[in-house]
Design a protein around this ligand. Structure first.
Ligand code: PLP
Length: 388
C-alpha cells in the first residue's frame, strides 16, 4: 500500500533531471515537455538563472517570516506591480491562496460598503483551486462533490453572455466582484471573448464591482503578453497569478489597484511562508528572464508555429475538431474522448495533458525554440493521427 493518499492518478514514470524543454526519467529516457509541470516551468528545467537564484539565496537566508521586512519581496512586488499596472500585492504560496486573498479582499470591500452578504460572480467551467472557497468558486461539480457544504457567496454565470451578466447586475445588489480566467485552462482551454471581458469591465465600473482576473495559469508570459488582459485593452482591479511565477518554487500573488489596493489592512490576511526570501529571489529571476529574454514574443511566435504545423497535419483528419488558444497555451479539441493520448504520448517521449475529456492541452516552456516546437507539434499530430 502506498504511503500517499490516492489523490492523483499518477503515470508510471519518475523523472530524475531535466534541461531546457527536456526531462529524463530514471531509466535515462528523454521526453519533450509539452506541459511544463502544468504551466509552471516557463523557463524550462534547470534554467541557469533559476538555479543561481536558489543557490545564492539558500546560502544567505531562506525564511524570516513576515514579522520583518523582506527585501526580495519588496523588489518582486515593485517589479510585478509595474508590469501589471497595479498598486500593490500580497504574496502566498499557490494559485488557490492567491485567489483566497482575492475572495477575502472582495468580501471586505463589500462589507466596507455596507453589504452584509457580499457575492462574487463566477463562471461556468471555471477553475480557481481546491481550497473550500476556491472549489466553491470553481464551476465543475466533480471538484465540489462530497465537499458540501460549499462556501456561499458565489453567483454562477454562463461564459461570454453579456446579457446574463447585465441581468445579474440588475437583480443582485449583493454582488461586489466578478472573477474569471481570461482563458479557462482546466476547463478545456476556452477563451473568453474580448468583447465579453470589456463589457464586464464596463458593468463593474457602473455597479462598483471589482473586476478580478485569475491569471494563475495565463500569467507570466504564457499567452504572449505578461498578463493575458494586456492583450485585451482593459485593466482589472485585482489580478492573481502563481504557476509560472516561481518556475517550480511555491509562490502566488494577488495584485490590486485603486480602491481594491486599500482594502486589506494589518492583521486581516497573512501567510507564514508567503513571499519568503527564497521564493521571491527566484520569482525575481524568473520575471527578469521572461522580460529580458523576450519570452512573451517567443510565446507568440512558437505558438503560431505549433498551431500552423498542427493544422497542416490535422486539418482534414476526421477525429480533429479545432485548435484554440493563445501564445503557448493551446488546446486541440477532438471529436471524442482522448485521455489515453497522455499514455501514448509518454510512450512516444512526449509529455502532454488532456483536459475536459476531449482536449489535448499543450503548455510547453516559454523558452522552446523552433526546432523543439516543430518536434512537439509533429509528435502530437502523429499521436492524434494514430488515434482512431
Ligand atoms: C492551477 C490553477 C489554480 C490553482 O492553483 P494551485 O497553485 O494549484 O493552488 C487556480 N486558478 C487557475 C486558473 C489555475 O489554473
Amino acid at each position: 500500500m502506498s504511503a500517499l493518499m490516492q489523490t492523483y492518478a499518477r503515470l508510471p514514470v519518475t523523472f530524475s533531471h531535466g534541461e531546457g524543454v527536456y526531462v529524463y526519467d530514471t531509466e535515462g529516457r528523454r521526453y519533450l515537455d509539452g506541459i511544463s509541470g502544468i504551466a509552471v516551468n516557463g523557463l524550462g528545467h534547470a534554467h541557469p538563472a533559476v538555479t543561481a537564484a536558489i543557490r545564492e539565496q539558500a546560502d544567505k537566508l531562506v525564511h524570516t517570516s513576515n514579522l520583518y521586512r523582506i527585501e526580495a519581496q519588496e523588489q518582486l512586488g515593485t517589479v510585478l506591480t509595474q508590469l501589471a499596472g497595479m498598486d500593490n500585492c500580497f504574496f502566498g504560496n499557490s494559485g488557490a491562496e492567491a485567489n483566497e486573498a482575492a475572495i477575502k479582499l472582495a468580501r471586505l470591500y463589500g462589507h466596507n460598503r455596507g453589504i452584509k452578504k457580499p457575492a462574487i460572480v463566477v463562471l461556468e467551467g471555471a477553475f480557481h483551486g481546491r481550497t473550500l472557497a476556491t472549489l466553491s468558486a470553481t464551476g465543475n461539480r466533480k471538484i465540489q462533490a462530497g465537499f458540501e457544504p460549499l462556501v456561499t457567496g458565489f453567483v454562477r454565470a454562463p461564459c461570454n453572455d453579456i446579457a446574463a451578466l447585465q441581468q445579474i447586475a440588475a437583480n443582485n445588489p449583493d454582488v461586489v466582484a466578478f472573477l474569471a480566467e481570461p482563458i479557462q485552462g482546466e476547463g478545456g482551454v476556452k477563451l473568453l471573448d474580448p468583447e465579453y471581458l470589456q463589457a464586464a469591465r464596463l458593468i463593474c465600473d457602473e455597479q462598483g464591482w471589482l473586476l478580478m482576473l485569475d491569471e494563475v495559469q495565463t500569467g507570466n508570459g504564457r499567452t504572449g503578453t505578461y498578463f493575458a488582459y494586456q492583450g485585451l485593452d482593459l485593466v482589472p482591479d485585482v489580478v492573481t497569478t502563481a504557476k509560472g511565477l516561481g518556475n517550480g518554487v511555491p509562490i502566488g500573488t494577488c495584485l490590486a489597484r485603486g480602491a481594491a489596493a486599500q482594502v486589506l489592512g494589518a492583521g486581516q490576511h497573512g501567510s507564514t511562508f508567503g513571499g519568503n526570501p527564497l521564493v521571491c529571489s527566484v520569482g525575481l529571476a524568473v520575471v527578469n528572464a521572461i522580460v529580458q529574454d523576450q519570452l512573451c514574443a517567443n510565446a507568440i511566435a512558437m505558438g503560431q508555429l505549433i498551431t500552423e504545423t498542427l493544422l497542416e497535419k490535422l486539418g482534414s483528419a476526421k477525429q480533429f475538431k479545432e485548435i484554440r488558444g493563445q501564445g503557448l497555451m493551446l488546446g486541440i479539441e477532438l471529436h471524442k474522448n482522448c485521455g489515453e493520448l497522455v499514455k501514448h504520448g509518454l510512450d512516444a517521449g512526449l509529455l502532454i495533458n488532456v483536459t475536459d475529456g476531449k482536449t489535448v492541452r499543450l503548455l510547453p516552456p516559454l523558452v522552446i525554440n523552433e526546432q523543439e516546437a516543430r518536434e512537439l507539434a509533429n509528435g502530437v499530430a502523429d499521436l492524434i493521427l494514430n488515434f482512431d
